[in-house]
Design a protein around this ligand. Structure first.
Ligand code: NCD
Length: 310
């Protein structure tokens, strides 16, 4: 039987089956090769239009979606939200309906509110791709993390993966956990009490408040940025910063607890000297941060391709 991608939109990794994830990653692996060849661009979706509607700051995700769509032959429009009618008080739904009326094919949206991309689906025809909504989900980040891990470890099944940092406010952690759980990875979530939230207890992960213990025997360590822009910490981080860095900042010495061939991931942007030392962030023996960015383009090409081809 030939496989056909069964989803119209990509809102999170929880709705993807293991087969869907494998389909995305295997197509992305092919696009990753193409992206390193002189002929990076194909005509497959010529005449289709993708719109990037980002209500939160972004460098890599927005650019990556733009490059991905262009490599597939699409036309891409970026909405500068600060200069758009949003600044005149237009609602998200009205903005989306306006774009939809222009016969766009994909709407890539990032928004500070959990569930914002989902709320548009009953109203618009374009395929909606969630590029990060509040603390909820960031599916393409989890997919690009999975592809990066797969390239280094040859599998996802049964790997020991540690996720450390501001997990309470992290959409990256949640989407990664949903995805890695489909492959039976052993996931340890490492955070101090003030960076944890109760929903992690129901996510089939082990919770740990010590970085050294948490990364013991890890194959991959995903470090997360402290989400200063988000509410919900209930206390001031600046007073805790020095203690946090001492306990949860990752450096070469702490990495000794992980497997010798463990890799270190970070979705970026990195707060250098907080989540990771400069030396570790730039050490090609451990750090795959640049490769994550490279895989981001390939994964987004695969996601757009599967959505538009279904
Ligand atoms: C992440 C995001 O925006 O959720 N970054 C990204 O997409 N590369 C993580 C973060 O901002 O910390």
């Amino acid at each position: 039987m030939t496989y056909s991608f069964p989803h119209r939109h990509l809102l999170d990794t929880d709705i993807l089956s293991r087969t869907d994830v494998e389909a995305i990653l295997s197509l992305a692996a092919r696009y990753a090769l193409q992206n390193r060849s002189p002929e990076k661009k194909i005509d497959k979706f010529r005449g289709k239009t993708s719109v990037n509607l980002f209500f939160e700051n972004s460098t890599r995700t927005r650019t990556s979606f733009e490059i991905a769509a262009k490599r597939l032959g699409m036309d891409v429009v970026n909405i500068p939200v600060a200069y758009s009618s949003t600044a005149k008080g237009e609602t998200l739904l009205d903005t989306a309906l306006t774009l939809n009326a222009m016969q766009i094919d994909t709407l890539v949206i990032r928004h500070a509110e959990d569930g914002a991309p989902q709320s548009l689906i009953p109203h618009i025809d374009a395929h909606v791709i969630n590029a990060g909504d509040g603390k909820h989900a960031h599916p393409t980040q989890a997919l690009l993390d999975a592809l990066t891990i797969l390239r280094h470890k040859g599998k996802l099944d049964g790997l020991n993966v540690a996720i450390c940092g501001d997990v309470a406010r992290s959409r990256v952690a949640r989407s990664n956990i949903h995805l890695l759980n489909k492959f039976g990875a052993n996931i340890r979530v490492i955070a101090p009490e003030y960076f944890l939230s109760p929903d992690y207890k129901e996510m089939g992960v082990e919770l740990c408040d010590s970085l050294e213990k948490g990364i013991k025997d890890s194959d991959a360590v995903i470090m997360l940025r402290i989400q200063h822009e988000r509410e919900g910490l209930g206390c001031s981080f600046s007073e805790k910063a020095q203690d946090y860095i001492a306990a949860y900042g990752l450096d070469h010495a702490k990495m000794k607890a992980a497997k010798p061939d463990a890799i270190v991931l970070h979705p970026g942007p990195v707060n250098r000297g907080v989540e990771l030392t400069n030396e570790l962030a730039d050490d090609p023996h451990y750090s795959v941060i640049r490769e994550q960015v490279e895989m981001g383009v390939a994964v987004r090409m695969a996601v757009i391709d599967l959505l538009l081809s279904a």
